[in-house]
Design a protein around this ligand. Sequence first.
Ligand SMILES: NC(=O)c1ccc[n+]([C@@H]2O[C@H](COP(=O)([O-])OP(=O)(O)OC[C@H]3O[C@@H](n4cnc5c(N)ncnc54)[C@H](O)[C@@H]3O)[C@@H](O)[C@H]2O)c1
Length: 319
Amino acid sequence: MSERVVVTGSSGYIGGQTTIRLKELGYHVIGIDVQSCPQRLRSYQDRSFQEDYASRFALDLIADSQPLAIIHCAGTSLVGPSLLDPERYYNNNFVKTKRLMDHVRVRVPKTRMVFSSSAAVYGEPVMTPCHEVDPTLPISPYGESKLMIEMLLQAYQRAYGTDFVALRYFNAAGADPKGRHGQNPAATHLVARVLEASLNQSMFTLNGNDYPTPDGTCIRDYIHVDDLADAHVRAMLPETAPGIYNLGTNSGHSNLEVIDTARKITGIELTVAQGPARVGDPAQLTANSEKFRLATDWKPKWTLEDIIAHAWRWYRDGV
Ligand SMILES: NC(=O)c1ccc[n+]([C@@H]2O[C@H](COP(=O)([O-])OP(=O)(O)OC[C@H]3O[C@@H](n4cnc5c(N)ncnc54)[C@H](O)[C@@H]3O)[C@@H](O)[C@H]2O)c1
């Protein structure tokens, strides 16, 4: 029988893409999400449950399944709203993950936890590209909740021997290369906003043009969601050393580069208005992902052009 893998947040953007990859590799995929599994993902989840990942039902299901790994993508993940409603972030991210881990350490102590962490743990980075050993000084309850979970996973590993890999994603973008899955409308990152403005023929507001970067606009590290799915599968394998890893491309693209590439791929002359820089937006945020590459041989396969082409197809035809 094929090995079982539980994915929380399996109806979401990254969790859903990961279920596709797992299923293609022959794993028995068990999805848990508070939102129902979209029809298009059904065939990639052997069993899917519309449940809170910390509910009694979900915890018992995980124990009964004795999975090789739990890929924990469920979470609440917007920086701005977390400043306005921190309780929701501490609760849905940290408190519930603690409940999950308290259950895991007793009832499924051998399973590997693969946790969706975030570049937000770095806050305003002291230098870029970020390395895993750099100071972590999150500037939002969202980033704090991710860092608190990383701390818990490390402490539990030391004290109780539970096993984990935490993946600090930078900017996930793109859509399934075969058009089967993508991000829901109204995502907040630049690629999504640029493409949605192109599709709706609306004005796009570019925040800030006097950052200390070559073209004056912010630089971010965009990682294709399919490369992230591949990374999760490698991360869950026992031969990958436990610990914390960055997942990015080791390079970045400026906001203007993203806009120019989108114009080229969509053929639409997006109208751009200049807006003020956003408070707390660092000029550059890129990842050094050498540690994960050395541990797993993982290498991002897709370029910015691919990211935009796949996301464009998704927004235009797929949603
Ligand atoms: N997208 C990014 O660029 C990015 C970057 C860094 C970190 N992350 C992290 O990766 C994870 C996945 O992100 P995403 O972009 O796929 O987000 P998403 O919002 O598309 O997916 C998250 C899913 O989790 C589900 N969920 C939330 N709370 C739940 C609960 N208590 N029980 C069960 N399901 C629950 C939601 O219904 C949703 O389907 C999140 O934890 C996020 O913080 C994402």
